[in-house]
Design a protein around this ligand. Structure first.
Ligand code: HEM
Length: 140
């Protein structure tokens, strides 16, 4: 990811901040519509969960320039997600729903270039989380 890509993602995140509540609401509604099986994994209130999602995205976007910090954050996040019951297939669903949400809430601000950049960033993030999850598995 080039410094220019990082700057674009950070600018794009800045545009999303005022719409964070709507993004969170649309995201979970869509997620539970396309993947009802994941609904029972979420125990807390969806409002609360939405805030956590936005905070995690903020953390990721802000630390794209500090890869070491980001790696530590994603390792812990990936390990905790094993306990939440998240499996590999869920990561694809969540990534698709996230891009769908950005497109629907942000409209023309979410350009094809940004879709590409966010998709790439999500791929890197979810790979790091899943790698951490896999390394928790006991060796056979
Ligand atoms: C880039 C991908 C993801 C990010 C950034 C993310 C972020 C978060 C954050 C910040 C939390 C709050 C708790 C904590 O920090 O440990 C959380 C909880 C949770 N996440 Fe994720 N998540 C991602 C992917 C997924 C996926 C693929 C699933 C699968 C369905 C999932 C299911 C959950 C569940 C079930 C909880 C706990 C909810 C509860 O306690 O009620 N997440 N996630």
């Amino acid at each position: 990811m080039t410094p220019d890509d990082v700057a674009k993602l950070q600018y794009s995140f800045g545009q999303m901040v005022p719409k964070k509540d709507e993004i969170a609401k649309v995201f979970y509604e869509r997620l539970f519509e396309v993947a009802p099986a994941v609904r029972p994994l979420f125990k807390g209130s969806i409002e609360e969960q939405g805030q956590k999602l936005v905070m995690a995205l903020r953390q990721i976007v802000l630390s794209l320039k500090q890869p070491n910090e980001l790696t530590t954050f994603l390792k812990g996040l990936g390990e905790r997600h094993v306990g939440y019951g998240a499996v590999a297939a869920h990561y694809d669903v969540v990534g698709g729903v996230l891009l769908w949400t950005f497109e629907n809430v942000m409209g023309n601000d979410f350009t094809p270039e940004l879709k590409e950049l966010w998709g790439g960033a999500y791929g890197v993030i979810s790979a790091a989380m899943q790698e951490a999850a896999a390394s928790l598995e006991p060796a056979e």
